[in-house]
Design a binder for this molecule. Structure first.
Ligand code: CTP
Ligand code: ZN
Length: 151
């Protein structure tokens, strides 16, 4: 048997967010507002992953996320998986799926859009859940994967 050890220690209760591409780690932290949390958190990044090359993992003690929060993760990394831990045991697995609409997170691609000039939070409708196609609520312009940039 291959020796298997945890690079980031096990947690007792909480959520493990795994299979995050390393370069998306800080965006996931921002989307979930983890920087303001008071709970114990463990991170690993640039870990070996067969699927992703380099991956990151976040383990948050005593936090259990709403589906709406989990789904926001899909905007930056659809590959992420969430594992819910209770009493050291895996009790549930969740996969983020793109929401129908959302606010913030992404910039509208249209340089003339009001959200790029005034203090207006961007708001998007998700037109396509396979390849990213986000329609701006204010100017109707479509932001795609190639033109995606984050707030
Ligand atoms: N984990 C943890 N604390 C525990 C139990 C599990 O931090 N008490 C973590 C594991 O380190 C792993 C994740 O939760 O990163 C998922 O655990 P598990 O389903 O047992 O592992 P895998 O089968 O490897 O999961 P996956 O297929 O999602 O990689
Ligand atoms: Zn716009």
């Amino acid at each position: 048997m291959k020796k298997k050890e945890l690079v980031v220690s096990a947690i007792q209760n909480g959520t493990v967010i795994d299979h995050i591409p390393s370069d998306k780690l800080f965006q996931v932290i921002k989307i979930l507002n983890l920087q303001d949390g008071k709970d114990q958190m463990l991170f690993g990044t640039n870990l070996e992953s067969q699927k992703l090359g380099k991956k990151a993992i976040i383990k948050i003690q005593n936090r259990f996320f709403e589906t709406s929060e989990i789904n926001k993760i899909a905007i930056v990394c659809p590959t992420a998986t969430l594992t819910i831990i209770k009493d050291y045991e895996v009790v549930d697995k969740r996969i983020p799926s793109l929401p129908d609409e959302f606010e913030g997170i992404v910039k509208c691609y249209n340089p003339k859009c009001i959200t790029n000039h005034e203090n207006v939070t961007p708001k998007f409708k998700v037109l396509d859940k396979q390849e990213i196609k986000l329609q701006c609520h204010y100017c109707q312009r479509i932001t795609k994967e190639e033109t995606l940039s984050f707030l």
